[in-house]
Design a protein around this ligand. Structure first.
Ligand code: PLP
Length: 445
C-alpha cells in the first residue's frame, strides 16, 4: 500500500473513478479525509491548502455548518418530493432568491430558473430550452447548436457535442449539425497579459462564417464559457463577447453563457455576465450554487424565452424536460444557506478586493522554468507550462504531484495548472499557494 494510505483503508478496486487514470491513481492513491475552511486533511493527517475550491465549487470554503444544518433540517422535514406536476415551497423560495440576484441584475430579466442536478444537466437543459424556444416562436428549422473549440460543457451528449475537447469527443457520437467557433487562446499575441488580452476580438466573427456556411435559419444557439475554465483559464479578448452578442442579435441566435465555473463570485462579481457587462439569453450554473455540498445546477433563462414558451394551452406541459432531482429539497436548502453566506460575508464581490494581490503573486512566477504563460483574472488563474515534446502532460502532472506533496491542491489540465481557491482566502494564503507552486515549478525538469 502507498505511504499515504493507512492500513485499514478500504479496497480501491470497486470504485471506477471519473476522469481519472484509475490504475495509476490506485497504485499511489491521494485520499482526502476531511476539510475545514481553506484546508483539506489527507487520510494520513497532512494539511493541504485548497487551491481549486475542490473542483471549482467550494467558493465559501469547507465545512460550512450553516449549510450542513440547513440540509439536515430539510431532510428531516421533507426529504424528497416529486417535482413533476407537484411542488414544494423551498424550490419556489430558492428560485425567488436566485431571481433576486440573477446575472446582469433586474434589467437583464434573466430570472426564470430551471433546476438541474449538475453542470452537465444545466448545459443540456439550456441547449434544449434554446431549441424549444426557437420552435415556439415559429423558427423550428433552428436546431443547430454552436460551441467553441476548447470549450467544456460537461459530459452529456449535448455538452460533449458543443464542447471542444478532443479526448471527450473522439469516442462518442455527437448531435448532428453541431459546429464550433475557433477558440480564443493565442499565446503568440497575448501571453502574460495583465487583464483581458488586447488582441483577438475579431475571432467572434467566426460566428458570421458559420452563419454563411450553415444559414442563420438553421442555428438555434451559441454556447460559450465567458472564460474557458477546464481547458486552462482562457480569457476572452477585449471586446470579443460584445461582438459575439451583436452577431447573435443580428441573426436571431440565442446566446448561452456557461457560468458553471464563473458564477457566484469567481471573478469578483456575482457572475461573469456582470463582470463583462454582456447580457446572454440563458446562463447555466452549478458548482458554487450549493458550495458543492449537494449536487445541483440552475439555468437562468430570460423572461422573453420563458414567456414565449407559455403561449400554448395552459393545461399542456410547456417543456418536456426535467429531472427526478430538479429542485431537490435538500439541494435547495443547501443553496439557500449558501446564498445567505454569500450575502452575509459579501463573498460574491470579495474577489475584487483580492485580485491585485492574486495577480501579483501569480505573475511573480513568470521566469520560472517552463512557464510559458500566466493568466489571472478575478480569483481564477492558469499557469501554462511548455509541454515536453515527446510526452505532453507529464510535466504538468509532476508539478501537480509536487504541489500535493508540499500541501497544495491544484487543478490540472494537460500542462496547464489551474487555480480557483475558495473566496474566503486570505492574502497570506495566496502567498502560501504561490510559494508552494514556486517550489514545485523549480523541482520539475
Ligand atoms: N460547464 C462548465 C463550464 C464546467 O466547467 C463544468 C464542469 O467543470 C460543467 C459544465 C459540467 O459540470 P458537472 O461536472 O457538474 O456536470
Amino acid at each position: 500500500m502507498n505511504q499515504h494510505v493507512p492500513a485499514n483503508a478500504p479496497g480501491l478496486e470497486n470504485y471506477w473513478m471519473p476522469f481519472t487514470a484509475n490504475r495509476q491513481f490506485k497504485a499511489a492513491p491521494r485520499l482526502l479525509a476531511s476539510a475545514e475552511g481553506m484546508y483539506y486533511t489527507t487520510v494520513d493527517g497532512r494539511k493541504i491548502i485548497d487551491g481549486s475550491a475542490g473542483l471549482w465549487c467550494v467558493n465559501l470554503g469547507h465545512g460550512r455548518r450553516q449549510i450542513s444544518q440547513a440540509v439536515e433540517r430539510q431532510l428531516s422535514t421533507l426529504d424528497y418530493a416529486p417535482s413533476f406536476q407537484m411542488g414544494h415551497p423551498i424550490a419556489f423560495d430558492f428560485a425567488e432568491k436566485l431571481a433576486g440576484m440573477s446575472p446582469g441584475g433586474p434589467a437583464a430579466q434573466l430570472d426564470r430558473i430551471f433546476f438541474t442536478g449538475s453542470g452537465s444537466e444545466s448545459v443540456d437543459t439550456a441547449l434544449k430550452i434554446a431549441i424549444a424556444y426557437q420552435r415556439a416562436i415559429g423558427q423550428g428549422t433552428r436546431t443547430r447548436l454552436i460551441g467553441r473549440e476548447r470549450g467544456y460543457h460537461g459530459v452529456g451528449f449535448g455538452g460533449v457535442s458543443v464542447g471542444g475537447i478532443v479526448n471527450n469527443r473522439r469516442v462518442f457520437p455527437q448531435l448532428p449539425g453541431t459546429d464550433h467557433l475557433r477558440h480564443t487562446h493565442d499565446p503568440a499575441r497575448n501571453s502574460f497579459s495583465i487583464g483581458l488580452p488586447a488582441d483577438g476580438a475579431e475571432l467572434a466573427d467566426d460566428l458570421e462564417r458559420l452563419v454563411v456556411l450553415h444559414g442563420a435559419e438553421t442555428i438555434a444557439a451559441v454556447i460559450v464559457e465567458p472564460i474557458a475554465g477546464s481547458t486552462g483559464v482562457l480569457l476572452p479578448p477585449n471586446g470579443y463577447l460584445e461582438r459575439l452578442r451583436a452577431i447573435c442579435d443580428r441573426h436571431g441566435i440565442i446566446l448561452i453563457f456557461d457560468e458553471v465555473i464563473t458564477g457566484f463570485g469567481r471573478l469578483g462579481t456575482p457572475f461573469a455576465t456582470d463582470y463583462f457587462g454582456v447580457m446572454p439569453d440563458i446562463v447555466t450554473t452549478a458548482k458554487g450554487l450549493t458550495n458543492g455540498a449537494i449536487p445541483m445546477g440552475a439555468v437562468f433563462a430570460s423572461r422573453r424565452i420563458h414567456d414565449a414558451m407559455m403561449n400554448g394551452p395552459p393545461d399542456q406541459i410547456e417543456l418536456f424536460h426535467g429531472y427526478t432531482y430538479s429542485g431537490h429539497p435538500a439541494a435547495c436548502a443547501a443553496g439557500l444557506a449558501a446564498m445567505q453566506i454569500y450575502r452575509d460575508e459579501k463573498l460574491l464581490t470579495r474577489g475584487a478586493s483580492l485580485t491585485d494581490h492574486w495577480q501579483k503573486a501569480l505573475h511573480g512566477l513568470r521566469g520560472l522554468p517552463h512557464v510559458a504563460d500566466i493568466r489571472a483574472i478575478g480569483m481564477l488563474a492558469g499557469i501554462e507550462l511548455t509541454p515536453r515534446q515527446a510526452t505532453p502532460g507529464t510535466r504538468g502532472y509532476e508539478v501537480f504531484l509536487h504541489c500535493f506533496e508540499r500541501g497544495l491542491l491544484v487543478r490540472l489540465t494537460g500542462d496547464i495548472i489551474a487555480l480557483s481557491p475558495p473566496l474566503i482566502i486570505e492574502p497570506a494564503q495566496i502567498d502560501e499557494i504561490a510559494t508552494i507552486l514556486k517550489g514545485a515549478l523549480k523541482r520539475v525538469a
